[in-house]
Structures are given as structure tokens and as C-alpha cells.
Write a protein that binds this ligand. Structure first.
Ligand code: E4P
Length: 219
């Protein structure tokens, strides 16, 4: 399973990358706004900064919602760097745009996916990735991990190449559950990635090892 970090914060991306297990980055307009990144030039410069930090796919989302503008915006993003993946919302125009980008050899991430039907259309259009939002489904009392399981099963059954990114990950248990149902990628906040390392027995075991070493070596 691949690990992406879901942020536009350069310090967090750098910290996750230093763990040496990072495979890519996803952003969205809200995450860019959170960092105060505004204006076309600054947004593009920021994506390039991210691409310089991480050797892996970097999802950059289009703002346009009509077909022509999505194509124009997506092509401009795609030429920024070979690792840019054009992120497109799962709407009618978006599915058409994904088909266009696929024919052009431009990688895509179909985002804001909340149902198996949407995931099916994304795969049929040839999306490189599909991003079902686990946490946002859980927020409305619907099982987000179960949607990941359904999509993975159907993609495997019909041999779709589209990779499933479990998105809107809130905590470490989401990561573990998505791993168990076969997600290709999880995109998570830094806290959830680092949270995987936490175990009290690791901490107490290490403290004992170090204390024993110190005692015998008279330190
Ligand atoms: C996906 O790529 C999105 O950026 C993201 O995972 C949304 O997560 P949220 O529900 O925490 O905003």
C-alpha cells in the first residue's frame, strides 16, 4: 500500500518525507487556502515546491467545473512537472475531462467520490486514481471503509487499472482498516501517519533496554 500525505503544508510534507516512506501528496483547494496560497502564479509555484520535495505523484485540483475550462486548467497543471496528477471532481463534466486527459496520457485523480457508481464511472473514463472520502462518509453515519472494500472488490473483479486512494482519513484506525480491505493508497494527515508508530510497549521496552545497557556499562 502506498502512503500519500494529504496537505499543502511544506513543513509537514518535509517531515513525512524524512520518514522515507512517503509515496506522494494530495492537495485540494481548501488545503491550499489553509496555507494562504492564492493567485494562479503562487498556486503553481507551490505545486512545484511540493514536487521538488517529494519524488512521487502530487495531486493538483482544478477549480473549473465546466469541461473546456477544466481541460485548459488541467493541461496547464500537467505541464508543471511530470509527477503532477490532475485532480478532477466526480461530476459529469469531470468524467468527460478524465476521459480526455487519459487519452492525452495525463494522470488523473477523480475526487469527491462517495458511491460505488461514481467510482465505476471514474474507472470507465480511465482515471489513474479514484478518491473515496472515508471520514466524510463516517461523519454522516455511513461506513466509509465499506465503500473502499466495495470499490476494491469491483475493480479487481472487472480488472480496472484505476487505483483506489482512501481519502478523508481521520486517524490511524482508518489506515489499518483501509489496509485490510485492499486500498492501493491511503492519503492521510501527518498525525495519522506518525500515529502508526505509537505503542506504549515500544516506549517502555526501549527505556528498559537503554537502562540495562547503561547499568552494565557503568554510564
Ligand atoms: C482528498 O484527496 C482530500 O484532499 C481529503 O482527503 C479530504 O479530507 P477531509 O474530509 O479531511 O477534508
Amino acid at each position: 500500500m502506498k502512503f500519500f500525505i494529504d496537505t499543502a503544508n511544506l513543513a509537514q510534507i518535509k517531515e513525512a518525507n524524512e520518514l522515507s516512506i512517503l509515496d506522494g501528496v494530495t492537495t485540494n483547494p481548501s488545503l491550499m487556502a489553509k496555507e494562504g496560497i492564492k493567485g494562479d502564479k503562487n498556486v503553481k509555484r507551490h505545486y512545484l515546491e511540493i514536487c521538488k520535495l517529494v519524488d512521487g505523484d502530487v495531486s493538483a485540483e482544478v477549480i473549473a467545473t465546466d469541461y473546456e475550462s477544466m481541460i485548459h486548467e488541467g493541461e496547464e497543471l500537467a505541464i508543471l512537472h511530470p509527477n503532477i496528477v490532475v485532480k478532477v471532481p466526480c461530476i459529469k463534466e469531470g468524467i468527460r475531462a478524465i476521459k480526455y486527459f487519459t487519452k492525452k496520457g495525463i494522470k488523473t485523480n477523480c475526487t469527491l467520490v462517495f458511491s460505488l457508481g461514481q467510482a465505476l464511472l471514474a474507472a470507465k473514463a480511465g482515471a489513474t486514481y479514484v478518491s473515496p472520502f472515508v471520514g466524510r462518509l463516517d461523519d454522516i453515519s455511513t461506513d466509509g471503509v465499506d465503500l473502499i472494500r466495495q470499490i476494491v472488490d469491483v475493480y479487481n473483479y472487472y480488472n480496472y487499472d484505476t487505483q483506489v486512494i482512501a481519502a478523508s482519513i481521520r486517524h490511524t484506525m482508518h489506515i489499518i482498516q483501509c489496509l485490510e480491505v485492499g486500498a492501493d493508497v491511503v492519503t492521510c494527515p501527518l498525525s495519522a501517519i506518525v500515529g502508526l508508530l505509537k505503542h506504549p510497549l515500544t516506549d517502555s521496552g526501549l527505556a528498559t533496554f537503554l537502562a540495562d545497557h547503561k547499568r552494565v556499562n557503568n554510564e
